[in-house]
Write a protein that binds this ligand. Structure first.
Ligand SMILES: [Zn+2]
Length: 191
């Protein structure tokens, strides 16, 4: 249900192969800002910092865990997060729960790239809204008669029940275009 492009991104991220500033520095690039995270302007932008520990990102993960009725200690890396993720589920449908780190990490990356390459401001609210829109779009592209409205997804995925034993088609990137417009523009993906 998660587009291949996003699955690939998460796979690269858990291997720490996404081109964060720390990653570029380690490959010998010099950066005018010395690799500082543009969100907090305080720490080196490593993958674990950008996707887990940066203050605004950390708050979003905590919101997800709190909504689920659980508590946790933040794992040290995205790889550890993905390993731990199934154990953190309390209320949500497993399919939707599994989608959440994909949607959230991808939305962080898209908005971070918008900030770095397009001089746009970074808004945690926009990342939050985008990750819910993605989950909604992925579900609705797969489940054509989904009875839940977009606003019901916004109210919390823990209230959404996915159909059981439904044979779904896999989603091609183009299927999502109607919902998420140009935000997943391939020029971002090529960096
Ligand atoms: Zn930061």
């Amino acid at each position: 249900m998660v587009p291949a492009k996003v699955s690939t991104f998460l796979w690269q991220l858990q291997l720490d192969r996404v081109a964060t500033k720390a990653g570029l520095l380690s490959r010998g690039f010099s950066l005018p800002d010395e690799g500082v995270c543009g969100l907090c302007v305080a720490e080196l932008e490593s993958s674990s910092h950008l996707f887990l520990y940066c203050k605004v990102i950390w708050q979003m993960w905590c919101e997800v865990i709190k909504r689920e009725g659980n508590c946790w200690v933040m794992p040290q890396s995205v790889k550890d997060l993905l390993l731990l993720w199934p154990e953190l589920k309390v209320k949500s449908d497993g399919v939707l729960w599994d989608m959440t780190p994909f949607a959230l990490c991808w939305s962080v990356w898209v908005k971070r790239n918008d900030m770095v390459f397009n001089d746009k401001g970074f808004s945690a609210e926009a990342v939050w809204d985008m990750h819910i829109a993605r989950i909604t779009g992925w579900v609705k592209a797969w489940w054509h008669h989904c009875p839940y409205s977009a606003s019901q997804f916004v109210m919390g995925i823990q209230h959404i029940s996915m159909p059981k034993n439904k044979k779904g088609k896999s989603i091609a990137d183009g299927d999502l275009a109607w919902f998420i417009g140009m935000v997943d523009d391939s020029s971002i993906w090529r960096i």
